[in-house]
Design a protein around this ligand. Structure first.
Ligand code: DAH
Length: 339
């Protein structure tokens, strides 16, 4: 039969082993396993508890029971303390891994810049503002009235079919569309602004087109409109020439070629010539048709005006010698970073 001093010795030994094992546990998981081994079912201490019944002497049994409980408790508090320490260490490691060094700087700065179409758009605005124009913008979703009818293209006018229009499912079928040009903003400006008008209207326009090297279904135009007393074709030609020199440089010149647009009469196409002699077709222009002035609420017997419109994407393409318009919209950084 084991003596009580024998039992006390076994308890002390079990506690010593538990302490050593718990201190050695390298992580939370092995700590939990070790704790179970030394104080859970099947542990030495629980096994010793089961032998208490065989101690005849009541006092001796109580003393031994208390000793086992104390040993169990100290194992428990050791586990809690170690667990706390391990968890804190793990959190520190995780935090160190996620830490951002706010003082870090890259040798090469990764700063973005405006898209080349936006750059052209902003330069165009700057040049025209410098010439005394104001900037206006209109909606991208337009009414048939503003996009066509008010621009002297009544329903069934043949010129409408040249615009490859995308319609919007809204209201009466065919009444609402994605604007095919910036010209409808002319109507809105005439209806809303006081006369005289000196306005440029840049914006995004849409046409049902398959993308290729020179066409995109979404592109950009800038519109110009002047309405004042005594405006003549000479003012139009002079403005185009002044703009050409201001935007492209003094070695550039412009020319007008007769053309047809429903909203201007007479109408012209305008080209610019670079110093190497190459002519670049830029856009259309002309004297605002009396019907268009009337649609804008302007009396054509008192006022005359001129208008022009051209593509911004084309200008960015020419300026940067881009071979394919689609490259300008693919957002490949190797392309974008060149500008
Ligand atoms: N809106 C025309 C187009 O997209 C361009 C244009 C031509 C605008 C003549 C004008 C103009 O203001 O007078 O093809």
């Amino acid at each position: 039969m084991s003596s009580s001093s024998d039992l006390a010795h076994q308890i002390a030994e079990a506690l010593e082993q538990a302490t050593a094992a718990l201190q050695a546990a390298p992580d939370v998981e092995s700590l939990r396993r070790t704790a179970n081994e030394h104080s859970g079912k099947g542990s030495v201490l629980v096994g010793l508890k089961a032998t208490l019944g065989s101690i005849v002497d009541v006092e001796a049994r109580k003393t031994a029971g208390r000793a086992i409980n104390e040993a169990m408790q100290s194992v428990e508090s050791m586990v809690a303390a170690r667990l706390n320490g391990l968890e804190r260490a793990a959190a520190q490691v995780a935090a160190a891994g996620e830490a951002m060094d706010l003082t870090e700087h890259l040798a090469r700065r990764l700063r973005g810049h405006a898209h080349i179409v936006t750059q052209a758009w902003e330069r165009l605005e700057d040049v025209f503002v410098g010439m005394g124009f104001k900037v206006a913008e209109g909606p991208e979703v337009e009414t048939d009235f503003h996009n066509f009818t008010a621009l002297n293209m009544p329903p069934n006018h043949p010129a409408r079919s040249g615009f490859d229009t995308m319609f919007v499912k809204w209201g009466i079928p065919g009444s609402t569309l994605l604007r095919t040009h910036t010209s409808p903003v002319q109507i809105r400006v005439m209806q809303e602004w006081d006369l005289p008008i000196y306005a440029v209207m840049p914006g995004r326009v849409f046409r049902r087109d398959t993308p290729d090297a020179t066409h995109m279904p979404v592109f950009h135009q800038i519109e110009g409109l002047v309405v004042d007393k005594g405006i003549t074709f000479a003012h139009l030609a002079g403005t185009i020439e002044a703009f050409t020199k201001a935007f492209f440089g003094s070695d550039f010149t412009s020319r007008l070629r007769p053309n047809y647009f429903p909203f201007t009469e007479p109408s012209a196409e305008f080209d610019v010539r670079s110093s190497n002699g190459k002519w670049i077709e830029l856009g259309g222009c002309g004297m605002v048709h009396p019907n268009v002035l009337r649609a804008g609420g302007v009396d054509p017997e008192v006022y005359t005006g001129f208008a022009f419109g051209f593509g911004i994407d084309r200008m960015a393409k020419e300026r940067h010698d881009v071979a394919d318009l689609r490259d300008m919209y693919a957002n490949d950084l190797r392309f974008v970073r060149q500008f």
